[in-house]
Design a protein around this ligand. Structure first.
Ligand code: ZN
Length: 398
């Protein structure tokens, strides 16, 4: 399984300057190659005897001219321009396969990054060695074992990180899940998650105050004169705050998915129809906040590492509207209704706990029927889609 471990770097000033220059070189090479690609493609359309553009040819082309035209490129690792053009090739592959839009030019200050192949760096405990630069301190050691494939060094606001991609042997380096059986998880609007056990996992605490500050800062930014030093400063401040909020969310999400996969071997979740929900403006924000896809991605790879499984309900499965006690299905249940009484059996339900219990039952019955036994008659009849246990690449070096 391909996974990546992201670690903060502690570069000194000289090193930070080098990292910025390497990222700048990568961006320049990417943009140069993209412009060349367009030009060569148009030339090929006009005259089919000319070669079609390719990342291999563009890399050769850049190598042939860089000494003369871009001598400053030689000051940083040769991986920076080379890997950027390989990534452009991947971006075009994704475009041709219909998975992504046409590649666009990289912008300065937006996801600045460069990638090193595994023969171009080495790790030693809490440090990483980068060509032409030497050792840079990492905040922690690499926690994964397996074959190291690449390292991508990137900047978020004013901080540098390295993301090390590792091909790990399957479910061998994490302890198996504790045997707490199955669980259903309802990702919520009010709480981060509600479990079928009745536990509520609140969202990260620091969050709300920071969101208020975010609103204030973006307002103050909009009042600053364009091009002024004050605007630049306010922008940097805002970027820092965004990064901090994202880090808090990521941390909360990792804690939740680690805890779940550590305790339960089978986890039932919903397959949210995110497109449909985004149409609902009230929900859009919270769904984006919860980043449901990230939740599912983490659950799936962490469960696979512990030998567990994730069962995803059919996207039309009404986990909220169905009574988990008798199976009675409501016609409607507005989002504002947090508690309801089942007209079928009289049980009083907490909306989220009920949904989580249904998801748990769904997961249980799907694993039972997968073994060829019959599920209990009370369980909701729904089409189940087992979690893809395929070797998912949870890290894409683009
Ligand atoms: Zn009922």
């Amino acid at each position: 399984m391909l996974i990546a471990h992201r670690v903060a770097l502690d570069p000194n000033n000289v090193q930070a300057t080098y990292l910025a220059r390497a990222a700048g070189t990568a961006r320049f090479a990417y943009n140069w190659a993209l412009a060349e690609w367009k030009r060569q493609y148009e030339a090929w359309q006009a005259d089919n005897s000319l070669p079609k553009p390719s990342q291999e040819a563009l890399r050769r082309q850049l190598n042939a001219v860089k000494r003369e035209q871009f001598p400053w490129m030689l000051e940083v690792t040769k991986c920076a321009p080379q890997m950027a053009i390989i990534q452009l090739g991947q971006a075009f592959q994704n475009f041709f396969a219909g998975r992504a839009r046409y590649p666009s030019f990289r912008k300065k200050g937006v996801h600045d990054r460069f990638t090193l192949t595994n023969d171009q760096f080495s790790l030693d405990g809490c440090r990483i060695r980068i060509p032409n630069l030497g050792w840079v301190r990492m905040r922690e050691t690499l926690r994964l074992t397996g074959k190291i494939l690449s390292a991508t060094i990137s900047r978020v606001a004013d901080k540098w990180f390295v993301s090390i991609a590792v091909d790990t042997p399957d479910s061998s380096h994490l302890a198996q899940a504790e045997n707490q059986g199955e669980v259903g998880v309802d990702l919520g609007v009010s709480a981060l998650a509600t479990l079928s056990t009745g536990e509520m996992v609140p969202g990260p605490k620091a969050h709300k105050a920071l969101l208020d500050r975010l609103r204030k800062l973006s307002k103050s930014l909009s009042r600053k004169v364009k091009g002024s030093a004050n605007r630049r400063k306010a922008k940097a401040k805002l970027a820092k705050l965004h990064a901090r909020i994202a880090a808090i969310r990521t941390d909360a999400m990792h804690k939740l998915t680690t805890d779940l996969t550590r305790r339960f071997h089978t986890i039932g979740i919903e397959d949210l129809n995110v497109r449909g929900m985004m149409a609902n403006r009230h929900l859009a924000r919270s769904i984006a906040d919860m980043s449901f896809f990230e939740f599912r991605r983490q659950l799936e790879y962490k469960a696979a590492m512990r030998g567990g499984q994730v069962v995803v309900a059919d996207r039309f499965y009404a986990s909220s509207k169905t009574c988990s006690a008798c199976g009675h299905k409501l016609e409607t249940l507005p989002l504002s209704v947090r508690k309801w009484t089942c007209p079928g059996c009289g049980v009083i339900h907490d909306r989220d706990v009920n949904a989580a219990i249904n998801l748990k039952n769904m997961a249980v019955s799907s694993t039972v029927s997968a073994c060829g036994e019959e599920g209990s008659g009370l369980r909701p009849k729904t089409k189940m889609k087992p979690a893809s246990v395929k070797q998912e690449v949870s890290f894409v070096p683009v």
